[in-house]
Design a protein around this ligand. Structure first.
Ligand code: RTP
Length: 140
C-alpha cells in the first residue's frame, strides 16, 4: 500500500472543482486518508517548490499557490503515486490527454489546478510539510 500527496491548487478550489476531482480519485479505487483546506504561507510555498527556485517563473508560481486556499490530501492504494499522476495528466494541460484532470479541466501550465507527488521521496517531504512528520507512513 503506497501513499501519495495531492493538492488542488487555488484555481481548482476557486472554480469549485474539489468534488469532481475527489470523485475521480475515489472511482479509480484510491482511498482518502487525510484532507485539509488551507492557506499556505510564502515559506511553505518556497519549500514545496524549492526545486524550481532558479526558474524565471518561480515568483509567479509562489504568488499563484499562495493566492487562495488549497485542498491538501493524502491518498493511498496500489501504485498510488503513478496512478494519481496518470489521473492528473501532463504538467502542461495542452499536452494532457482528454480524460485526465488537466486534459479536461485546465488550459495552461501556469494554472494547472492540481499537484501530485512524483516519487516516494517527494511524498515523504510533502506530507511532512503539509500534514506533519507523524503522517508519513513507515514504508514511505
Ligand atoms: P506539480 O508539481 O504541480 O504536480 O507539477 P509537475 O510535477 O507536473 O511539474 P513541475 O515541473 O514540478 O512544476 C511545478 C509547477 O510549476 C508550474 N510551472 N509553470 N510557467 C511555466 O512555464 C511553468 N512551468 C511549470 C506548474 O504549475 C507546475 O505544476
Amino acid at each position: 500500500m503506497e501513499q501519495t500527496f495531492i493538492m488542488i491548487k487555488p484555481d481548482g478550489v476557486e472554480r469549485g472543482l474539489i468534488g469532481e476531482i475527489v470523485a475521480r480519485f475515489e472511482r479509480k479505487g484510491l482511498r482518502l486518508t487525510s484532507a485539509q483546506l488551507m492557506q499556505i504561507s510564502n515559506e511553505t510555498a518556497e519549500l514545496h517548490y524549492g526545486h524550481l527556485k532558479n526558474k524565471p517563473f518561480f515568483g509567479e508560481l509562489v504568488d499563484y499557490i499562495t493566492s487562495g486556499q488549497v485542498f491538501a490530501m493524502i491518498w493511498e492504494g496500489d501504485e498510488a503515486i503513478k496512478n494519481a499522476r496518470a489521473l492528473i495528466g501532463a504538467t502542461n494541460p495542452v499536452e494532457a490527454l482528454p480524460g485526465s484532470i488537466r486534459g479536461d479541466m485546465a488550459l495552461n501550465v501556469a494554472s494547472n489546478i492540481i499537484h501530485g507527488s512524483d516519487s516516494t521521496e517527494s511524498v515523504s517531504r510533502e506530507i511532512a510539510l503539509f500534514f506533519g512528520k507523524e503522517r508519513v507512513a513507515a514504508s514511505s
